[in-house]
Design a binder for this molecule. Structure first.
Ligand code: HPA
Length: 275
């Protein structure tokens, strides 16, 4: 069953948020594992609990904070999701991406989305950062299924530049200026929650994937539907299944994310003023 999220639900959520702050965010941040510390760098942040926002999804994971932070980073007004929704938790794609609709309604025009991903391209190494050039939506789900709301966007949105060429160039030159090599490639988004089999990784490589993960695609589809310019960056936390002779674990993913945190944070902080 598709849960229909209407324009009025988005407007009610947005109206509640606008009451709480006078900051009009231009940039939306949805940050994957390990980058939560960016929250501490938001100046004059107003925190709004997801559970207080009308129609907003709330996290099912115990101990997970769910809040929107609105404030300034490097002089740019931003809204950051602290806590994100994955389809493998049981949320429908339209619920996963609902916060993106709300971001648009409060004024967001650009979005930075980051994630942890497994390296499918054998030239990659754990610890690499990858600019997402494009994605393969292999989740079997789509947040735009159901009646189209014309106020959000068109029925059949173009995806020929899902990830902005301008922002990809910006990310590349910024990384170079910071003295590190950044990869650029295709992100395959799968439903999860299990890591892939080695055979699935061989398949993904043949399909043109460079990295694989379990987030991002639903949020980006909704962002593009509603006209938000998107930059996506993956942290390659591990090589995907079957490439190295070792099992995958969430601990390894978190450990690499932790090690790369400084580089990732430096890049994001340098990008925000120019997004
Ligand atoms: N596969 C899927 N999702 C992931 C991986 C992986 O290898 N690493 C981090 N997120």
């Amino acid at each position: 069953m598709v849960k229909i999220l209407t324009q009025s639900m988005v407007q009610e959520a947005a109206a509640y948020i606008k009451e709480k702050t006078s900051v009009m965010p231009e940039i939306g941040l949805i940050l994957g594992s390990g980058l939560g510390i960016l929250a501490e760098l938001i100046e004059d942040a107003v925190a709004i609990a997801y559970e207080d926002i009308p129609h907003f999804p709330v996290s099912t994971v115990e101990g997970h904070v769910g809040e929107l932070l609105i404030g300034n980073i490097q002089g740019r007004p931003v809204v950051m999701m602290k806590g994100r929704f994955h389809m493998y938790e049981g949320y429908g794609p339209e619920v996963t991406a609902f916060p993106v609709r709300v971001m648009k309604e409060i004024g967001v025009e650009k979005m930075l989305v980051t994630n942890a991903a497994g390296g499918v391209n054998t030239n990659y190494h754990a610890g690499d950062l990858m600019i997402i050039s494009d994605h393969l939506n292999l989740t079997g789900r789509n947040p735009l299924v159901g009646p189209n709301e014309p106020a959000f966007g068109v029925r059949f949105p173009d995806m020929s530049e899902a990830y902005s060429g301008r922002l990809r160039n910006l990310a590349k030159t910024t990384a170079e200026a910071q003295g590190f090599n950044i990869q650029e490639g295709v992100y395959a988004g799968l439903l999860g929650p299990n890591y892939e089999t080695p055979a699935e990784i061989v398949m993904l490589r043949k399909l043109g994937a460079d990295a694989v993960g379990m987030s991002t695609v639903a949020e980006v589809i909704v962002a593009r539907h509603t006209g938000i310019e998107v930059l996506g960056i993956s942290c390659i936390t591990n090589m995907a299944a079957g490439i190295l002779d070792q099992p995958l674990s969430h601990d390894e993913v978190m450990e690499t994310a932790e090690q790369v945190k400084g580089k990732f944070l430096g890049l994001v902080m340098a990008l925000i003023p120019y997004m």
